[in-house]
Structures are given as C-alpha cells and as structure tokens.
Write a protein that binds this ligand. Sequence first.
Ligand code: FES
Ligand code: FES
Length: 191
Amino acid sequence: MQSVGATGAVAPALIPEQAAAQTAAGVVGPGAVAITLTINGKPLKATVEPRETLLDVMRHQLDLTGAKRVCDRGTCGACSVLVNGKVAYACSILAIDAQGKQITTIEGFSMTAGKPHALVAAFVNNDAQQCGYCTPGFVVASKAFLDRNPNPTYEQVKDGLGGNLCRCGTYMGIRKAVLEAAKTMKGGSNA
Ligand code: FES
Ligand code: FES
C-alpha cells in the first residue's frame, strides 16, 4: 500500500512491525497522519505527511492564504506567522511540529469588527506596498516587533524588520507605517 502526497510523491507504507517500532519510538510517518493545529484561536484538523510544512498545510488545506510562499527556504519572511507570540517562518516549520502551539496568522488580527488593525491602516496610509506579496509577512513581523518594542526609533524599526525582504523596495513606506502604527497603538485605538 502506498500514499500519495500533495506533490504527487509516493510514500511507501510501512509493514506492521516497522509501524509498531516507529510508534514505540515516538516517530510518525512517512504516511499521512491526522493532526490538529491551533490557529487564530481555533482548533483546525488536517491530514498531513510529516514532511509537509505549516505554510503548505495552511495554504492548501486550511484556506489560510495570507502567509505567502516566496523563497520557501527561510530567507524572505513572506510566510511570517506568530508562534506562541514570536515571529516565525511558516515555510521552515513542519506542520506536525506546530501542534500544541498557538499560531497567529495575518487573518487572525488584521480586521476586528470590520475595522483594520492599526498596522494595516498605517501600511495603506503610507503606500507601504506595491505588488503586496511581502506585505502580510511584514505586517505580522511588525506586530511582533511592536509588541516587544512599542516605542521604536527609525533605526530600530529598520533592524527589527531585517528578517523580511521586499523585492519591490517599499522599505521606506514600511518603516514609516510602523512608526505611525506605534503612535496609533499607544493611543489605544487598535492594539
Ligand atoms: S517563503 Fe518562508 S521565508 Fe520565504
Ligand atoms: S511590495 Fe512587492 S515584494 Fe514587497
């Protein structure tokens, strides 16, 4: 018996003795396994091969497409999400390893009761996007940055968002947006 993954790759099934040995050792796979992820406060079920990333499972199975797949190797930040409140690259986390963690995506905080988050509004106000492909990742990274540094200087914003790349070169607008959002959020309008 064989299982076919999302890419069409075929994973051979284990004989029962091998499967029992893996289970005893705490190993899962290589076939698909049922998992539950906690994303934006909701338990979401998926069936994944152990090799599948959190990013691919969110985008292909859970209808969460805000995090973007650009480099798919942990260098650009387009796939940024929050894991237990810290920014992380979803393309570099296995979905099975994300179980038991609190994952927040751009969908989880960008709009509240029809009102955009202060960061989203500031990105719009400052023309902080062109193609927009990097934008959700930047907003997520900016939220994590402001959560730990609510009164940043321009240089701190520049350094703090160093893990995210924009091929369109909208860095100036992004940094201005984060500074504007820092002021707005201190006013308590939308933290
Ligand atoms: S797509 Fe994950 S870091 Fe680039
Ligand atoms: S706006 Fe195009 S990659 Fe950043």
